[in-house]
Design a protein around this ligand. Structure first.
Ligand SMILES: Nc1ncnc2c1ncn2[C@@H]1O[C@H](COP(=O)(O)OP(=O)(O)OP(=O)(O)O)[C@@H](O)[C@H]1O
Ligand SMILES: [Mg+2]
Length: 176
């Protein structure tokens, strides 16, 4: 059974958006759903970082810094994006053992960076995993929620026994 897709977004000024409750998914949190303004175009072929060990976490963070700098994000946003990437990369190492992170510049009228983190690990119960303080290893259990707040759009799809895919987007707010 596929766990529910949880999606939230924070659009740039003028983008279409709405608030929806999420009773079906029992997270109890209001979700802001982001709508693409037309089909997004990929403005960059993207970079893939293979994740299989702790050292790959640092590598993914570095690629995140590089790509966000190249895409024109502010220094603050570069740090935010790199931190979000490092967290999902660390989760891949800890819980799935291996996976990959794909970074792609996109535009739907505003420039942005999409990060996809995917693995073929054990999967998770998404509503539980998104609860602050929930951890299956006695860790603080703050990572996924932190990432969710740092990024503008956050989606997580997980299937027990099959794996997890997290897709997250940051929009660039300053003009080029
Ligand atoms: N890629 C993944 N595959 C399987 N389970 C995952 C994955 N990522 C997270 N989880 C599950 O979700 C839980 C919550 O993850 P989260 O990153 O929020 O906290 P944590 O890793 O336990 O602690 P922290 O990130 O604060 O050190 C984890 O304890 C784990 O059970
Ligand atoms: Mg974590």
């Amino acid at each position: 059974m596929t766990s529910p897709l949880v999606k939230q977004g924070r659009g740039a000024e003028g983008s279409q958006r709405r608030l929806v409750a999420d009773p079906a998914h029992r997270t109890g949190l209001p979700m802001q759903v982001n709508y693409w303004r037309g089909a997004p175009t990929l403005s960059d072929p993207g970079s893939t970082v293979q994740i299989a060990a702790e050292t790959d976490v640092a590598n993914a963070r570095r690629v995140g810094l590089e790509m966000s700098a190249r895409a024109g994000f502010t220094g603050g946003d570069q740090t935010v994006i790199a931190a979000a990437i490092a967290e999902v990369a660390q989760n891949i190492v800890t819980y799935a053992g291996a996976g990959e992170i794909i970074l792609t510049e996109v535009s739907d009228g505003r420039p942005g960076l999409v990060v996809v983190a995917r693995d073929s690990g054990p999967g998770m119960d998404v509503p539980s995993a998104l609860r602050e303080g929930f951890s299956t290893v006695g860790a603080p259990g703050l990572g996924l929620n932190g990432v969710r707040r740092l990024m503008d759009v956050f989606e997580i799809a997980s299937t027990p026994g099959k794996g997890t895919t997290i897709t997250m987007t940051k929009w660039r707010t300053r003009p080029s």
